[in-house]
Design a protein around this ligand. Structure first.
Ligand code: BES
Ligand code: MN
Ligand code: ZN
Length: 495
């Protein structure tokens, strides 16, 4: 779907559908009133009758009389006039697309930029209109045949702006948001694919295809023999229990000066996590196909950087493997040697994410990074601590952590920081190795990050635990594409 800005008189619009804001209390928006005055007070009438409530997210579709150039009007509620919150705004945008997406409407004209949101400018509103619309239009179709949903036909949305507003600024914001949305869609699609399709080899091939599509991307795939040479004993120990060979995928976007140190993002690409010998309970285990969401978000972000040709250097690293029980799988008590040389006692084979990440993090130092950010569905404890709304954030540099927190707030893709104090470190003590891969029943998200921190001492590092935010369960089961927006904002802020 395309979004472009438009300056026009509200009462003279030729469109299959005009989207107008309404409020539950206080005056109506000027633009809505103008339209109302030119159309026999139709809108006042339905508001008075109570058919449209104006509550945030409430929608009502009106058919205009025969002969009217504006065929339909969709009224969308934004709550009380002057009190629309960022959440209300996003909710209302989503509702407007949901109300239209199954109707035979190809084009719309939207007046939603005329809604004021405290502290938010038109750029932010445009971004959210594009992203929330695209989110509502996303459809997984890959493995559906008879029950495949109808294809969306909504193709274009013209965003009405006032005379004082710059068309160029709105179009730039829409272009940026479209590339972020494309990244989010790719992330969701990869994540929603089943484990028997989306294997480490599939991810490697996807990276190669992305590299072919974008000139700025240099893609390198390391196979198991090459990882062996580098001494990645920890990563390879996880993959040994699987028939699918592990891959270490690197995507380099070189948009900045040669001398500029890159941002390195490292995503856990565990394409199915059965737990290994420490096998998981069978109920809900299907959702462990989502254990590659960190890796999938790296794909989404790299695609965004390449599409927008961002003037910055970003490297994406995705260690990818399965974690299955097998005669050759890791056993509790096994000790492996990581690329960094540290020995690890594997007390629980289900704590495999950190085992593949630690070697990828050691490997990342070779890019001489400015900062390294890893993204992983790492701990169930993070879902217990923060629920499904906030991504867990930990790290060794508060400036970097604050930058990410800020980007998350701006994007509406928020994180919450947890402490990474030395007090937690003894929980990883092992009698037989340099460290254990689990830290006992308490503070699971923190001890997991503590484990990773032993491999990130040479650079500024942040860790995003997306176990609660990367996908939804239940009737709406599916990937969310988080935290692609947060990371995109973080990168854009540095451009
Ligand atoms: N992929 C899981 C984490 C996870 C669990 C994500 C549930 C989303 C929902 C990870 O590999 C794992 O199994 N972690 C263990 C660690 C434990 C053994 C220390 C966990 O969280 O139970
Ligand atoms: Mn696991
Ligand atoms: Zn896992």
């Amino acid at each position: 779907m395309q979004f472009v800005s438009k300056k026009a008189q509200i009462d003279k619009l030729s469109t299959p559908c005009l989207i107008l804001p309404v409020f539950s209390k206080g005056e109506q928006a000027e633009i809505t009133t103008s339209f109302d005055n030119a159309h026999d007070q139709q809108i006042s009438l339905v508001l008075k009758q109570g058919d449209a409530t104006g509550k945030a997210g409430n929608t009502l579709l009106l058919q205009m009389p025969a002969g009217s150039k504006t065929k339909r009007v969709l009224l969308v509620g934004f709550g009380e006039h002057g009190k629309t919150s960022t959440e209300d705004f996003c909710k209302a945008v989503s509702a407007s697309v949901n109300a239209l997406k199954s109707l035979p409407i190809k084009e719309t004209i939207s007046a939603l930029l005329f809604v004021d949101v405290a502290d938010k400018d038109n750029e932010w509103k445009t971004r959210q209109i594009v992203l929330k619309s695209r989110e509502a239009l996303y459809q997984y179709t890959e493995t559906l045949t008879t029950s495949a949903p109808d294809k969306n036909i909504l193709k274009e949305c013209q965003l009405l702006i006032s005379d004082s507003c710059s068309e160029k600024d709105i179009n730039t914001a829409a272009t940026t948001a479209t590339s972020i949305a494309n990244g989010i869609d790719s992330t969701r699609k990869l994540a929603d694919l089943p484990g028997n399709v989306c294997t480490p080899t599939y991810l490697a091939n996807t990276a190669k295809a992305l590299g072919k599509e974008h000139k700025s991307l240099k893609v390198t795939i390391l196979d198991e023999a090459e990882m062996e040479k580098l001494g990645m004993g920890s990563l390879l120990s996880v993959s040994r229990g699987s028939r699918e060979p592990a891959k270490l995928i690197t995507m380099e976007h070189n948009g900045g000066a040669k001398s500029q140190k890159p941002i390195v993002i490292v995503g856990k690409g565990l394409t199915f996590d059965a737990g290994g010998i420490s096998i998981k309970p069978s109920s809900g285990m299907d959702e462990m196909k989502y254990d590659m969401c960190g890796g999938a978000s790296v794909f989404g972000v790299m695609q965004m950087c390449a599409e927008l040709n961002l003037p910055i250097n970003v490297v994406g690293v995705v260690p990818s493997s399965e974690n299955l029980p097998d005669g050759d799988a890791n056993k509790p008590g096994d000790i492996v040697t990581s690329m960094a040389g540290l020995t690890i006692e594997i007390l629980n084979t289900d704590a495999e994410g950190r085992l593949i990440l630690c070697d990828a993090l050691t490997y990342s130092a070779k890019f001489n990074p400015d900062v390294v950010i890893d993204i992983a569905t790492l701990t169930g404890a993070c879902v217990v601590a923060l629920g499904k709304h906030a991504t867990g954030l930990l790290g060794n540099n508060d400036e970097l952590a604050n930058e990410l927190l800020g980007a998350g707030i701006k994007a509406g893709d928020k994180a919450w920081q947890l402490p990474l104090w030395d007090e937690y470190r003894p929980q990883l003590k092992s009698n037989f190795a340099d460290l254990a891969n689990i830290g006992g029943p308490t503070g699971g998200t923190i001890t997991a990050a503590c484990f990773l921190s032993r491999f990130t001492e040479d650079y500024k590092w942040a860790h995003l635990d997306i176990a609660g935010t990367a996908w939804k369960s239940g009737a709406e089961k599916g990937a969310t594409g988080r935290p692609v927006h947060m990371l995109s904002q973080f990168i854009l802020d540095r451009c």
